[in-house]
Design a protein. Structure first.
Length: 165
């Protein structure tokens, strides 16, 4: 990919990341300014409640009350994602989607950890027992799924093209 195309693609994908981060921040700020922890403030009937929870851990409350360590890990991950983008210059849409979603989700939760000392979670699934989560968490899971799809399906095509090209 030439430099001009890479810059254009980077701007487009950066805008996508910015939208995810902004949406995550706006929803979390609304919750912080209007509700107290433990408050149910709506939901999707039969599917999920919106329940304000302050999570001091990572996924599934792993490393609870280790916010400084998790903050450092989150920030380092964001830096690694930016370096990956600059060095590897991903060009496949699935590879780009994975990197952007992982970065946006990690940054969304990193901001919470650094600023508040906890992550604002608010989506509680009703039909099975699952930890409360947020928009940034959905981005991280989506990014992980996109990365797996890329590696399992598309990476082989890219590798073969590079060998033949």
């Amino acid at each position: 990919m030439n430099k001009k195309k890479f810059i254009a693609a980077s701007l487009m994908w950066s805008a996508a990341a910015a939208v995810i981060i902004l949406l995550d921040r706006l929803v979390k700020l609304h919750i912080l300014n209007n509700y107290t922890p433990g408050t149910v403030f709506g939901g999707i009937p039969g599917m999920a409640d919106f329940l304000y929870v302050q999570n001091t851990g990572a996924a599934f409350s792993i490393l609870s009350s280790n916010t400084p360590v998790l903050s450092i890990i989150s920030i380092l991950f964001c830096i690694a994602a930016v370096l990956y983008w600059i060095i590897k210059k991903p060009s496949h849409p699935m590879q780009c989607l994975a990197a952007v979603l992982l970065f946006a989700g990690a940054l969304g939760n990193a901001v919470d950890r650094v600023v508040y000392g906890f992550v604002v979670d608010f989506i509680a699934i009703k039909w099975f027992s699952f930890p409360v989560f947020n928009i940034a968490d959905m981005a991280i899971v989506g990014g992980a799924i996109a990365a797996v799809i890329y590696v399992l399906i598309f990476d082989k095509d890219d590798t073969q093209e590079k060998k033949n090209g």
